[in-house]
Design a protein around this ligand. Structure first.
Ligand code: S3P
Length: 426
Protein backbone atom coordinates (compact mmCIF):
# COMPACT_ATOMS: atom_id res chain seq x y z
CA UNK A 1 0.00 0.00 0.00
CA UNK A 2 1.41 3.45 -0.89
CA UNK A 3 1.10 6.82 0.84
CA UNK A 4 2.10 10.41 -0.02
CA UNK A 5 2.32 13.67 1.88
CA UNK A 6 -1.14 14.92 2.91
CA UNK A 7 -2.50 18.42 3.33
CA UNK A 8 -4.14 19.31 6.63
CA UNK A 9 -6.27 16.53 8.17
CA UNK A 10 -9.67 17.83 9.22
CA UNK A 11 -12.83 16.32 10.62
CA UNK A 12 -14.17 13.84 13.12
CA UNK A 13 -13.21 10.23 13.64
CA UNK A 14 -14.66 7.56 15.92
CA UNK A 15 -12.10 4.88 16.65
CA UNK A 16 -13.27 1.30 17.26
CA UNK A 17 -13.70 -0.28 20.70
CA UNK A 18 -10.79 -0.88 23.04
CA UNK A 19 -8.97 -4.15 22.34
CA UNK A 20 -8.03 -4.92 25.95
CA UNK A 21 -11.56 -4.27 27.22
CA UNK A 22 -13.18 -6.25 24.36
CA UNK A 23 -11.10 -9.36 25.17
CA UNK A 24 -11.93 -9.12 28.86
CA UNK A 25 -15.67 -8.68 28.21
CA UNK A 26 -15.75 -11.99 26.29
CA UNK A 27 -13.71 -13.83 28.92
CA UNK A 28 -15.65 -12.58 31.94
CA UNK A 29 -18.96 -12.99 30.10
CA UNK A 30 -18.09 -16.64 29.41
CA UNK A 31 -17.44 -17.48 33.08
CA UNK A 32 -20.41 -15.50 34.45
CA UNK A 33 -23.98 -16.61 35.08
CA UNK A 34 -26.42 -15.34 32.46
CA UNK A 35 -26.00 -13.23 29.36
CA UNK A 36 -23.45 -10.47 28.87
CA UNK A 37 -24.22 -7.86 26.22
CA UNK A 38 -21.21 -6.06 24.76
CA UNK A 39 -21.66 -3.04 22.52
CA UNK A 40 -18.94 -1.27 20.52
CA UNK A 41 -17.00 -4.55 20.65
CA UNK A 42 -13.78 -4.43 18.62
CA UNK A 43 -14.23 -6.66 15.57
CA UNK A 44 -10.47 -6.98 15.13
CA UNK A 45 -8.79 -10.32 14.45
CA UNK A 46 -7.34 -10.54 17.98
CA UNK A 47 -10.72 -10.21 19.69
CA UNK A 48 -12.25 -12.65 17.19
CA UNK A 49 -9.56 -15.13 18.32
CA UNK A 50 -10.87 -14.77 21.88
CA UNK A 51 -14.45 -15.38 20.70
CA UNK A 52 -13.34 -18.44 18.76
CA UNK A 53 -11.47 -19.91 21.78
CA UNK A 54 -14.46 -19.52 24.10
CA UNK A 55 -16.81 -20.96 21.47
CA UNK A 56 -14.56 -24.04 21.40
CA UNK A 57 -14.78 -24.14 25.20
CA UNK A 58 -18.55 -24.60 24.85
CA UNK A 59 -19.81 -21.01 25.24
CA UNK A 60 -22.52 -19.76 22.89
CA UNK A 61 -21.49 -16.33 21.58
CA UNK A 62 -23.67 -14.39 19.16
CA UNK A 63 -21.56 -11.89 17.27
CA UNK A 64 -24.02 -9.49 15.64
CA UNK A 65 -21.39 -6.91 14.68
CA UNK A 66 -22.00 -3.82 16.79
CA UNK A 67 -23.39 -6.03 19.59
CA UNK A 68 -22.05 -9.32 20.97
CA UNK A 69 -24.07 -11.58 23.28
CA UNK A 70 -22.21 -14.06 25.46
CA UNK A 71 -24.31 -16.76 27.09
CA UNK A 72 -22.16 -17.40 30.15
CA UNK A 73 -22.09 -20.72 31.98
CA UNK A 74 -20.53 -19.65 35.26
CA UNK A 75 -17.09 -20.19 36.72
CA UNK A 76 -17.22 -23.97 36.22
CA UNK A 77 -19.21 -24.22 32.98
CA UNK A 78 -16.47 -24.48 30.36
CA UNK A 79 -16.05 -27.78 28.46
CA UNK A 80 -12.94 -29.52 27.18
CA UNK A 81 -12.39 -28.32 23.59
CA UNK A 82 -12.22 -30.87 20.78
CA UNK A 83 -9.09 -29.28 19.29
CA UNK A 84 -6.10 -27.03 20.01
CA UNK A 85 -7.23 -23.48 20.90
CA UNK A 86 -5.88 -21.08 18.26
CA UNK A 87 -5.04 -17.68 19.77
CA UNK A 88 -3.86 -16.26 16.42
CA UNK A 89 -1.61 -13.19 16.87
CA UNK A 90 -3.05 -12.31 20.27
CA UNK A 91 -0.80 -12.17 23.34
CA UNK A 92 -3.74 -11.02 25.47
CA UNK A 93 -5.86 -14.04 24.48
CA UNK A 94 -2.97 -16.46 25.08
CA UNK A 95 -1.87 -15.14 28.46
CA UNK A 96 -5.27 -14.34 29.97
CA UNK A 97 -7.00 -17.54 28.87
CA UNK A 98 -4.10 -19.54 30.35
CA UNK A 99 -5.10 -18.24 33.80
CA UNK A 100 -8.68 -19.44 33.33
CA UNK A 101 -7.66 -22.82 31.85
CA UNK A 102 -5.24 -23.53 34.71
CA UNK A 103 -8.20 -23.86 37.10
CA UNK A 104 -10.39 -26.17 34.97
CA UNK A 105 -10.90 -29.93 35.31
CA UNK A 106 -9.64 -30.75 31.80
CA UNK A 107 -6.51 -30.40 29.70
CA UNK A 108 -6.15 -27.87 26.87
CA UNK A 109 -3.54 -27.01 24.28
CA UNK A 110 -3.02 -23.42 23.17
CA UNK A 111 -1.17 -22.26 20.09
CA UNK A 112 -1.01 -19.22 17.84
CA UNK A 113 0.78 -17.79 14.80
CA UNK A 114 4.57 -17.50 14.28
CA UNK A 115 4.72 -14.29 16.35
CA UNK A 116 2.89 -15.88 19.30
CA UNK A 117 5.17 -18.91 19.08
CA UNK A 118 8.17 -16.68 19.76
CA UNK A 119 6.71 -14.52 22.55
CA UNK A 120 7.74 -15.25 26.15
CA UNK A 121 5.26 -17.32 28.17
CA UNK A 122 7.50 -18.13 31.15
CA UNK A 123 6.24 -14.88 32.68
CA UNK A 124 2.84 -16.60 33.15
CA UNK A 125 4.07 -20.20 33.45
CA UNK A 126 6.11 -19.47 36.56
CA UNK A 127 3.42 -17.77 38.67
CA UNK A 128 0.78 -20.27 37.50
CA UNK A 129 3.09 -23.15 38.46
CA UNK A 130 3.55 -21.67 41.92
CA UNK A 131 -0.26 -21.72 42.25
CA UNK A 132 -0.07 -25.46 41.55
CA UNK A 133 -0.88 -25.32 37.82
CA UNK A 134 0.48 -27.92 35.41
CA UNK A 135 1.56 -25.91 32.40
CA UNK A 136 4.13 -26.94 29.83
CA UNK A 137 5.77 -25.29 26.83
CA UNK A 138 5.55 -28.20 24.38
CA UNK A 139 8.78 -27.25 22.59
CA UNK A 140 10.57 -26.58 25.86
CA UNK A 141 11.43 -23.02 24.78
CA UNK A 142 9.15 -21.11 27.15
CA UNK A 143 6.80 -20.19 24.29
CA UNK A 144 3.56 -21.55 22.80
CA UNK A 145 2.37 -24.18 22.04
CA UNK A 146 1.34 -24.62 25.67
CA UNK A 147 -0.32 -27.61 27.33
CA UNK A 148 -2.40 -26.73 30.37
CA UNK A 149 -3.67 -29.50 32.60
CA UNK A 150 -6.42 -28.00 34.77
CA UNK A 151 -6.01 -28.64 38.48
CA UNK A 152 -6.77 -27.33 41.99
CA UNK A 153 -5.01 -24.00 42.52
CA UNK A 154 -3.68 -22.22 45.60
CA UNK A 155 -3.65 -18.50 46.22
CA UNK A 156 -0.25 -16.78 46.06
CA UNK A 157 1.26 -13.38 46.49
CA UNK A 158 3.28 -12.82 43.35
CA UNK A 159 5.91 -10.12 42.97
CA UNK A 160 6.31 -9.52 39.27
CA UNK A 161 9.55 -8.16 37.82
CA UNK A 162 7.67 -6.57 34.93
CA UNK A 163 4.73 -4.19 34.83
CA UNK A 164 2.48 -6.30 32.60
CA UNK A 165 -1.31 -6.29 32.62
CA UNK A 166 -1.28 -9.60 30.76
CA UNK A 167 0.72 -11.25 33.56
CA UNK A 168 -1.31 -9.56 36.30
CA UNK A 169 -4.64 -10.47 34.66
CA UNK A 170 -3.60 -14.08 34.06
CA UNK A 171 -2.81 -14.50 37.77
CA UNK A 172 -5.99 -12.72 38.93
CA UNK A 173 -8.13 -14.90 36.64
CA UNK A 174 -6.43 -18.03 38.00
CA UNK A 175 -7.08 -16.58 41.47
CA UNK A 176 -10.83 -16.93 40.81
CA UNK A 177 -10.29 -20.71 40.98
CA UNK A 178 -7.84 -20.77 43.92
CA UNK A 179 -8.45 -21.95 47.49
CA UNK A 180 -7.31 -18.68 49.11
CA UNK A 181 -6.79 -15.01 48.11
CA UNK A 182 -4.32 -14.16 45.34
CA UNK A 183 -2.41 -10.94 44.90
CA UNK A 184 0.07 -9.49 42.41
CA UNK A 185 2.53 -6.66 42.99
CA UNK A 186 4.17 -5.08 39.95
CA UNK A 187 6.98 -2.51 39.76
CA UNK A 188 4.66 0.07 38.20
CA UNK A 189 0.89 -0.01 37.78
CA UNK A 190 -0.14 -1.56 34.44
CA UNK A 191 -3.59 -1.11 32.84
CA UNK A 192 -6.32 -2.01 35.35
CA UNK A 193 -9.18 -3.01 33.03
CA UNK A 194 -9.29 -6.54 34.49
CA UNK A 195 -9.64 -5.25 38.04
CA UNK A 196 -12.38 -2.78 37.06
CA UNK A 197 -14.32 -5.30 35.00
CA UNK A 198 -13.96 -8.16 37.49
CA UNK A 199 -15.50 -5.87 40.14
CA UNK A 200 -18.28 -4.89 37.73
CA UNK A 201 -19.12 -8.61 37.28
CA UNK A 202 -19.22 -9.19 41.06
CA UNK A 203 -15.72 -10.36 42.02
CA UNK A 204 -14.05 -9.06 45.13
CA UNK A 205 -10.97 -7.20 43.90
CA UNK A 206 -9.00 -4.56 45.75
CA UNK A 207 -6.08 -2.46 44.66
CA UNK A 208 -3.50 -0.65 46.72
CA UNK A 209 -0.59 1.07 45.02
CA UNK A 210 0.79 -1.43 42.52
CA UNK A 211 -0.80 -4.46 44.23
CA UNK A 212 -4.08 -6.04 43.09
CA UNK A 213 -5.81 -8.70 45.21
CA UNK A 214 -8.70 -11.03 44.42
CA UNK A 215 -10.82 -13.38 46.55
CA UNK A 216 -11.59 -16.82 45.10
CA UNK A 217 -14.83 -18.47 43.94
CA UNK A 218 -17.17 -15.50 43.50
CA UNK A 219 -20.41 -15.81 41.58
CA UNK A 220 -19.98 -13.58 38.55
CA UNK A 221 -23.10 -12.19 36.89
CA UNK A 222 -23.50 -11.24 33.22
CA UNK A 223 -23.41 -7.50 32.58
CA UNK A 224 -24.05 -4.87 29.91
CA UNK A 225 -20.73 -3.47 28.78
CA UNK A 226 -20.23 -0.55 26.42
CA UNK A 227 -16.61 -0.63 25.26
CA UNK A 228 -14.96 2.82 25.01
CA UNK A 229 -12.92 3.75 21.92
CA UNK A 230 -9.34 2.48 22.02
CA UNK A 231 -6.79 5.17 22.96
CA UNK A 232 -4.13 2.99 21.30
CA UNK A 233 -6.02 3.40 18.00
CA UNK A 234 -6.69 7.09 18.69
CA UNK A 235 -2.92 7.52 19.05
CA UNK A 236 -2.43 7.46 15.26
CA UNK A 237 -4.86 10.34 14.79
CA UNK A 238 -3.35 12.23 17.72
CA UNK A 239 0.06 11.95 16.03
CA UNK A 240 -1.28 12.79 12.57
CA UNK A 241 -3.15 15.85 13.87
CA UNK A 242 -0.09 17.13 15.72
CA UNK A 243 2.50 16.70 12.93
CA UNK A 244 0.57 17.60 9.75
CA UNK A 245 0.39 21.42 9.42
CA UNK A 246 -3.10 22.93 9.53
CA UNK A 247 -4.74 19.79 10.96
CA UNK A 248 -7.65 19.80 13.40
CA UNK A 249 -9.18 16.43 14.33
CA UNK A 250 -11.92 15.56 16.81
CA UNK A 251 -11.56 11.96 18.04
CA UNK A 252 -14.82 10.85 19.63
CA UNK A 253 -15.43 8.73 22.70
CA UNK A 254 -11.90 7.61 23.59
CA UNK A 255 -11.11 5.63 26.76
CA UNK A 256 -8.89 7.82 28.95
CA UNK A 257 -8.29 5.48 31.89
CA UNK A 258 -5.27 6.93 33.78
CA UNK A 259 -3.43 3.61 33.38
CA UNK A 260 -3.66 4.10 29.59
CA UNK A 261 -3.45 7.86 29.02
CA UNK A 262 0.34 8.29 29.05
CA UNK A 263 0.34 9.47 25.44
CA UNK A 264 -1.83 12.45 26.41
CA UNK A 265 0.55 13.41 29.20
CA UNK A 266 3.61 13.02 26.95
CA UNK A 267 2.34 15.00 23.99
CA UNK A 268 1.11 17.80 26.29
CA UNK A 269 4.58 17.88 27.77
CA UNK A 270 5.97 18.15 24.21
CA UNK A 271 3.80 21.23 23.57
CA UNK A 272 0.71 19.65 21.99
CA UNK A 273 -2.55 21.53 21.58
CA UNK A 274 -4.92 18.78 22.72
CA UNK A 275 -8.15 19.27 24.67
CA UNK A 276 -10.41 16.75 26.41
CA UNK A 277 -14.12 17.41 25.88
CA UNK A 278 -17.32 15.72 27.12
CA UNK A 279 -15.54 13.80 29.88
CA UNK A 280 -17.77 10.95 31.04
CA UNK A 281 -17.79 7.31 32.26
CA UNK A 282 -18.88 4.17 30.40
CA UNK A 283 -19.13 0.80 32.20
CA UNK A 284 -16.78 2.09 34.89
CA UNK A 285 -14.17 3.42 32.43
CA UNK A 286 -13.48 7.16 31.88
CA UNK A 287 -14.06 8.42 28.30
CA UNK A 288 -13.65 11.77 26.53
CA UNK A 289 -13.55 13.33 23.07
CA UNK A 290 -10.08 14.54 22.08
CA UNK A 291 -9.62 17.70 20.04
CA UNK A 292 -6.17 17.72 18.46
CA UNK A 293 -4.60 20.62 16.53
CA UNK A 294 -1.30 20.84 14.69
CA UNK A 295 1.39 21.97 17.13
CA UNK A 296 5.04 22.91 17.30
CA UNK A 297 6.54 20.15 19.45
CA UNK A 298 9.78 19.79 21.38
CA UNK A 299 11.62 16.67 22.53
CA UNK A 300 11.11 14.99 25.90
CA UNK A 301 12.21 12.06 28.07
CA UNK A 302 9.83 9.15 28.62
CA UNK A 303 10.52 6.40 31.16
CA UNK A 304 9.68 4.80 34.51
CA UNK A 305 6.05 4.58 35.64
CA UNK A 306 4.86 6.27 32.43
CA UNK A 307 5.97 3.35 30.25
CA UNK A 308 3.15 0.87 31.01
CA UNK A 309 0.59 3.67 30.46
CA UNK A 310 1.69 4.11 26.82
CA UNK A 311 3.55 0.91 25.95
CA UNK A 312 1.60 0.26 22.71
CA UNK A 313 1.86 3.92 21.66
CA UNK A 314 5.66 4.06 21.79
CA UNK A 315 6.13 3.26 18.07
CA UNK A 316 3.93 6.19 17.02
CA UNK A 317 5.47 8.41 19.72
CA UNK A 318 8.94 7.59 18.31
CA UNK A 319 7.71 8.66 14.86
CA UNK A 320 6.13 11.83 16.27
CA UNK A 321 9.44 12.66 18.00
CA UNK A 322 11.07 12.93 14.54
CA UNK A 323 8.87 16.01 13.99
CA UNK A 324 9.68 17.61 17.37
CA UNK A 325 12.57 20.00 17.86
CA UNK A 326 15.42 18.54 19.88
CA UNK A 327 16.04 15.13 21.41
CA UNK A 328 13.51 12.62 22.67
CA UNK A 329 14.72 9.78 24.90
CA UNK A 330 12.58 6.68 25.44
CA UNK A 331 13.94 4.53 28.27
CA UNK A 332 12.82 1.62 30.53
CA UNK A 333 10.90 0.20 27.58
CA UNK A 334 12.70 -3.12 27.01
CA UNK A 335 9.25 -4.77 26.81
CA UNK A 336 9.04 -3.33 23.28
CA UNK A 337 11.37 -6.11 22.16
CA UNK A 338 8.81 -8.84 22.92
CA UNK A 339 5.67 -7.37 21.39
CA UNK A 340 4.15 -8.54 18.07
CA UNK A 341 7.59 -7.66 16.63
CA UNK A 342 10.79 -6.33 18.19
CA UNK A 343 9.47 -2.77 18.13
CA UNK A 344 12.82 -1.16 18.97
CA UNK A 345 14.61 -2.80 16.03
CA UNK A 346 11.70 -2.37 13.63
CA UNK A 347 11.20 1.32 14.46
CA UNK A 348 14.91 2.11 14.20
CA UNK A 349 15.28 0.28 10.88
CA UNK A 350 12.18 1.78 9.24
CA UNK A 351 12.55 5.34 10.56
CA UNK A 352 16.20 5.34 9.43
CA UNK A 353 15.03 4.25 5.97
CA UNK A 354 12.94 7.46 5.96
CA UNK A 355 15.98 9.58 6.91
CA UNK A 356 15.36 9.87 10.67
CA UNK A 357 18.18 10.30 13.16
CA UNK A 358 17.37 7.54 15.61
CA UNK A 359 19.45 5.17 17.71
CA UNK A 360 18.21 2.00 19.37
CA UNK A 361 19.28 1.36 22.96
CA UNK A 362 18.93 -1.65 25.28
CA UNK A 363 15.70 -0.28 26.70
CA UNK A 364 14.38 2.19 24.17
CA UNK A 365 15.31 4.74 21.51
CA UNK A 366 16.94 8.16 21.19
CA UNK A 367 15.53 10.40 18.47
CA UNK A 368 17.03 13.66 17.18
CA UNK A 369 13.96 15.42 15.86
CA UNK A 370 13.44 18.33 13.53
CA UNK A 371 14.95 16.80 10.36
CA UNK A 372 12.62 16.19 7.42
CA UNK A 373 11.69 12.60 6.49
CA UNK A 374 11.35 11.10 3.02
CA UNK A 375 9.37 8.15 1.67
CA UNK A 376 10.73 4.59 1.84
CA UNK A 377 9.68 0.96 1.64
CA UNK A 378 8.52 -0.09 5.11
CA UNK A 379 8.54 -3.68 6.31
CA UNK A 380 5.66 -3.88 8.81
CA UNK A 381 6.82 -7.35 10.00
CA UNK A 382 3.09 -8.11 10.12
CA UNK A 383 2.84 -5.87 13.19
CA UNK A 384 -0.39 -3.82 13.11
CA UNK A 385 1.03 -0.97 15.19
CA UNK A 386 4.06 -0.62 12.92
CA UNK A 387 1.86 -0.45 9.79
CA UNK A 388 -0.40 2.24 11.31
CA UNK A 389 2.58 4.23 12.62
CA UNK A 390 4.16 4.43 9.17
CA UNK A 391 0.90 5.22 7.37
CA UNK A 392 0.73 8.37 9.52
CA UNK A 393 4.45 9.15 9.23
CA UNK A 394 4.23 8.87 5.45
CA UNK A 395 1.56 11.61 5.35
CA UNK A 396 4.14 14.04 6.81
CA UNK A 397 7.11 12.93 4.67
CA UNK A 398 8.35 13.87 1.17
CA UNK A 399 7.87 11.43 -1.69
CA UNK A 400 6.14 8.07 -1.63
CA UNK A 401 6.10 5.43 1.12
CA UNK A 402 5.14 1.81 0.54
CA UNK A 403 4.04 -0.30 3.50
CA UNK A 404 4.43 -4.04 3.07
CA UNK A 405 1.73 -6.33 4.51
CA UNK A 406 -0.30 -3.23 5.32
CA UNK A 407 -3.45 -5.32 5.86
CA UNK A 408 -2.12 -6.55 9.24
CA UNK A 409 -4.05 -3.58 10.72
CA UNK A 410 -7.04 -5.96 10.78
CA UNK A 411 -5.63 -7.20 14.13
CA UNK A 412 -6.79 -4.10 16.01
CA UNK A 413 -8.34 -1.64 13.52
CA UNK A 414 -9.85 -3.18 10.35
CA UNK A 415 -11.14 0.18 9.01
CA UNK A 416 -8.00 2.20 9.77
CA UNK A 417 -7.00 3.23 6.25
CA UNK A 418 -10.56 4.29 5.34
CA UNK A 419 -10.82 6.42 8.50
CA UNK A 420 -7.43 8.02 7.84
CA UNK A 421 -8.25 8.67 4.17
CA UNK A 422 -11.56 10.32 5.02
CA UNK A 423 -9.73 12.94 7.12
CA UNK A 424 -7.52 13.86 4.15
CA UNK A 425 -10.62 14.62 2.01
CA UNK A 426 -12.45 17.00 4.35
C1 S3P B 1 -2.45 -5.70 27.11
C2 S3P B 1 -1.34 -5.40 27.85
C3 S3P B 1 -0.08 -4.94 27.28
C4 S3P B 1 -0.25 -4.45 25.86
C5 S3P B 1 -1.10 -5.36 25.03
C6 S3P B 1 -2.48 -5.52 25.65
C7 S3P B 1 -3.65 -6.21 27.79
O1 S3P B 1 0.83 -6.01 27.29
O2 S3P B 1 1.00 -4.27 25.25
O3 S3P B 1 -1.23 -4.88 23.72
O4 S3P B 1 -4.73 -6.22 27.18
O5 S3P B 1 -3.54 -6.60 28.95
P1 S3P B 1 1.72 -6.32 28.60
O6 S3P B 1 0.80 -6.30 29.73
O7 S3P B 1 2.34 -7.64 28.42
O8 S3P B 1 2.73 -5.19 28.63
Amino acid sequence: MTFKRANALKGTVTVPGDKSISHRAIMLGAISEGTTQVTNFLQGADCLSTISCFTKLGIEIENKGEEVLIHGKGLHGLHKPACVLDTGNSGTTTRLIAGILAGQTFTTELNGDASIQSRPMKRIMEPLASMGAKIESLRGNGCAPLKIEGTALHGIHYISKIASAQVKSCILLAGLYADSPTSVTEPYLSRNHSELMLKHFGASVTGEGTTARILPEPVLYGQKIRVPGDISSAAYFIAAGLIIPGSEILIKNVGVNPTRDGILRVVKDMGADITLLNENRESGEPVADLLVRHSVLHGTTIGGALIPTLIDELPVIAALACFANGTTVIQDAQELKVKESNRIDVMVENLRAMGARITGTEDGMIIEGGHPLHGAVIDSRLDHRIAMTFAVTALAADGETTIQDADCVRISYPGFYEDLYQLTKA
